[in-house]
Design a protein around this ligand. Structure first.
Ligand SMILES: Cc1cc2nc3c(=O)[nH]c(=O)nc-3n(C[C@H](O)[C@H](O)[C@H](O)COP(=O)(O)OP(=O)(O)OC[C@H]3O[C@@H](n4cnc5c(N)ncnc54)[C@H](O)[C@@H]3O)c2cc1C
Length: 327
């Protein structure tokens, strides 16, 4: 039986593992299909403290992993398909078989949202992409499109200009949502051409993408913009599908947790983007990972002197809302 299983291998999972490892809990991480998490999908991280010149996303995650392993964390390349939190010890049904554990930290992050238009699914890997770092190289001197107006969209549009001849930035409003410094940079880039007030209604192509059908939301006018690649950055959904009915989620599907990472089930903690519908950043993910890593230690110390039933009976019914004072 495991003392602690951390589900995920992004920055919140690695940070929780560093804290739990230093508390001699020998945490087991179930990595999921994206080792290192979403940070590995971007080239450079410029806003994570300690790296004045920025740091490569994959490099940052490799450093965090080394640090976690140094304190005894173990990584299993596996996925959790379902859980049973109605009994204790908890059961996690991983692809390779069930795992029994006394405590869990859920750090499964989010998944990029799809456009949901005809042609999108058909052309994934043949012109439709959710990862500029992974696929940008294939579009040398070509014309591509980025869909979205938040931080990820503008950063990746700027990044794609390293390869592409032209980058159309399609946004459904007339103003970007991204941080001002990022907006300034992308809009000053001569290769970036914004297309405002527009949405993609169809991905057009034969063997590969040749264009995107756009609808102007103000005029309803439809046009087909010829492009070789479409990069989609229109938001994310929490990876909580495997938790249905086991732990309290908010209406958007994010885990409801307090600032210590405590969820509605004593002994089950949450960290990172999966419990934060607003701030999807490495720095905030790391902070909540540290909190959950420390809180789980407290829970396990209590479990060594009292039964789970006793702890559960005395714990408050459900977590307080995120950000509310605790204790
Ligand atoms: C293109 C892009 C650019 C970005 N740029 C920046 C930036 O410049 N600065 C910044 O601060 N942030 C940036 N971010 C956001 C940042 O990457 C995230 O906020 C951060 O990675 C969240 O960390 P996390 O640990 O919560 O989850 P994630 O990094 O999303 O990791 C989730 C982990 O859970 C695993 N997982 C999921 N489901 C399961 C399952 N069922 N079983 C087992 N494992 C599972 C996955 O394999 C993954 O390892 C960017 C994101 C993207 C997509």
């Amino acid at each position: 039986m495991e003392k602690l299983v951390i589900i995920g291998s992004g920055p919140s999972a690695y940070t929780a593992a560093i804290y739990a490892g230093r508390a001699l809990l020998s945490p087991l991480l179930i990595a999921g299909n994206l080792l290192g998490g979403q940070v590995t999908m971007t080239a450079d991280i410029e806003n994570y403290p300690g790296f004045p010149q920025g740091i490569g996303g994959t490099q940052l995650m490799q450093l965090m992993l080394e640090q976690a392993e140094r304190f005894g964390a173990r990584v299993q390349m596996d996925e959790v398909d379902s859980v049973d939190f109605r009994r204790h010890p908890f059961i996690l049904n991983a692809s390779s078989g069930p795992i029994e554990t006394q405590a869990v930290i859920i750090a499964t992050g989010t998944t990029p949202r799809r456009l949901g238009v005809p042609g999108e699914q058909e052309f994934v890997g043949r012109g439709v992409s959710f990862c500029a770092t992974c696929d940008g190289f294939f579009y040398r001197d070509k014309t591509v499109m980025v869909v979205g107006g938040g931080n990820a969209a503008v950063v990746e549009a700027d990044y794609l200009t390293r390869f592409a001849g032209e980058v159309y930035l399609v946004h459904r409003r007339e103003q970007l949502r991204a941080e001002p410094i990022m907006q300034q940079r992308v809009l000053a880039n001569p290769k970036v051409k914004p297309i405002w007030n527009s949405v993609v209604t169809e991905v057009v192509g034969q063997d590969a993408v040749t264009g995107a059908r756009l609808r102007n939301v103000r005029t309803d006018e439809e046009t087909v913009q010829p492009v070789a690649g479409i990069f989609v950055y229109i938001g994310t959904d929490a990876n909580t599908g495997f938790l249905q009915g086991q732990v309290k989620l908010d209406r958007g599907g994010y885990i409801t947790a307090d600032r210590h990472g405590r969820t509605s089930v004593p002994g089950v903690f949450a960290a990172g983007d999966v419990q934060d519908p607003l701030m999807h950043q490495v720095a905030t993910a790391v902070g909540s990972g540290a909190a959950a890593g420390m809180e789980v230690e407290r829970f396990l110390a209590e479990l060594s002197v009292r039964s789970y039933e006793e702890i559960a009976r005395e714990s408050r019914p459900g977590p307080v809302e995120p950000g509310a004072p605790v204790g």
